[in-house]
Each structure stands twice: as C-alpha cells, then as structure tokens.
Design a protein around this ligand. Structure first.
Ligand SMILES: [Zn+2]
Length: 287
C-alpha cells in the first residue's frame, strides 16, 4: 500500500487538517494524539485529532511541539502525506508573516491569493521518481499552480474573519524565503518594490505539496511585524514577533474554528483543487 503508516487506521480520521501550533488545539476536549510515519519519514509531530462544531479535525504542529524545527528543516512532504492518510482533504494553514507595506502592520490578517517561491533547498514534489515502499514509482507530473490557494477555502476564511469583526486583507502575494534568518533591508525593499504583500518562511512548499495531493489549502497569514524594508527601526526581532503572535493567537483561533465549521463537506467540493490531476497518470496511489 502507498499509505504506509496509515494515520486513518490509527486515529479517528478527520477530513479537515490544521497545520499550526499547539495554541490552536491544546484546550480542546478529547484530543487524541496519534504518532504516524509516512514513506517520506516522520511529520513534524504526532497528529492531534479533535472535534469542532461537529467536524473531525486533525492538528499538526508545523514546527513540532516546543517549536524545535526551523522552517527549512520541516518535513513538508511527510506533513501533507500524513494529513491525507488521516482522511484530510481540506487544510487550513495559519502562519506568521512580516508585512511588506506600512499599511500591513502587526495584527493584520491577510488571506493571500498568490505566492512567490524564494526558498532554496527544499524538496518541492512527490513526483520525483522516488519509489514508494510498495514499489510503485511516481510518474513525471506537472501540477497546475497558477492559483496556489483554494478559492472556496479563501472565501470561508475571509467570511470567518469578518464574522469576528476582524477585516482580513482579501488577497495579496506571500513571498516565501528560505530563512531561518529574516530578510536584509535591501531584500525586503526589493520584495516590496515587486508589489508583494507579506513575507514568510513556511508557506512553500506547503501549499504546493497540498495541491499535489489534491488537497484544498488555504493560508491565513498573521502579520507579526513590519519587515525590514517597511519599518524604520532596528529591523525584525524575534521577541517582537512572539509578542504580537501571542496577542493575536486567541482571535486567530476563533476565526480558524469558525472557518473549520464553515468549510464545505468533502464530497461537495467543486473547486479546482479537486481536478488538478485530471488527465494525469500519477503512477502511484495517493493515500
Ligand atoms: Zn479547493
């Protein structure tokens, strides 16, 4: 079977996945922790299954509990494969970003509609010719990624924010850098001059790998700081990022949970994400 370490058998199954820190699930009642493996190795942490508004949800701490994995060391393929194996078909990906425009200050929530990849050393595909443990070999597949985020998931996220009185920025470009360092002032000014909106370190290849697995993926970017080119002080500091994230995690959680409740049922999805591999012979069976 392609789905070695099938999380669906081990856990309770879930059709919605949230890739985000423990601040999002730690207080839920009846969270079940399930350790899983995948053909690509171990995900960032165990999967944490819970229930929200009648929906089965699984949480995966992107950086591992205790935040020990830097962005460039995250096993993105294992994370997405593990979620799909658990039954997940729709993923919400909250993340912290830097604002590239003065008007996108700390506390801004932005639901991007575009992405620019400036990472350098990350495995970006499942379709690389590496055989799976069952001996099947993925074919060469070129995945459509013109619109990297689920259009329906984006609408749900924006409506959920609106419902909580937090007007999110509808659209914008997230540029994803390799990290773990922050940008230089010149890099940041360049990113801004290109018209990009926010800068992060984890949005890629997370969104692409979700797309490759036919998952709906929606990014919810919380601005924790103005990036070096957009502010006038000493540049981005980690302390400040943590402070702003801490201040906003409560309302981000509320928005996230409302979005979970409002996502379409798996079977009723009609977005482009579900048709991404129409006409392709993948060579492997997705979990
Ligand atoms: Zn979709």
């Amino acid at each position: 079977m392609a789905n070695a370490g099938n999380a669906g058998n081990a856990g309770n199954g879930a059709d919605i996945g949230v890739i985000g820190g423990s601040g999002f699930y730690s207080f839920l009642e009846d969270v079940t922790e399930v350790e899983v493996t995948t053909p690509y190795g171990s995900p960032s942490d165990s999967l944490f299954f819970g229930e929200l508004a009648g929906r089965r949800v699984v949480f995966l701490p992107r950086h591992g509990r205790g935040h020990h994995l830097p962005p460039h060391r995250i096993n993105y393929r294992a994370n997405l494969w593990a979620l799909r194996s658990a039954g997940v078909r729709q993923v919400l990906g909250p993340c912290a970003v830097g604002g590239l425009r003065p008007e996108y200050g700390p506390g801004t929530l932005l639901v991007p509609d575009q992405l620019v990849d400036r990472t350098k050393a990350r495995t970006q595909t499942f379709f690389d010719g590496e055989p799976l443990p069952d001996g099947t070999v993925p074919n060469v597949v070129h995945t459509s990624f013109a619109d990297p985020y689920c259009p329906d998931g984006r609408k749900v996220a924006l409506a959920a924010a609106h419902g909580r009185g937090w007007e999110a920025v509808d659209g914008g470009t997230m540029v994803v850098i390799e990290g773990p360092r922050f940008s230089t002032r010149a890099e940041s000014q360049w990113h801004a001059a290109m018209g990009w909106s926010v800068v992060g370190m984890t949005g890629h290849p997370e969104a692409l790998l979700a797309r490759e697995l036919g998952l709906c993926y929606t990014s919810m970017a919380l601005v924790t700081d103005l990036d070096a080119g957009a502010e006038t002080g000493d540049g981005v500091s980690h302390t400040e990022v943590l402070r702003v994230f801490g201040e906003n995690v409560g309302r981000l959680r509320e928005v996230l949970f409302d979005a979970v409740a409002a996502l379409p049922e798996t079977e009723s999805r009609s977005c482009l994400c579900t048709r991404v591999h129409d006409g392709w012979d993948l060579g492997i069976e997705l979990p």
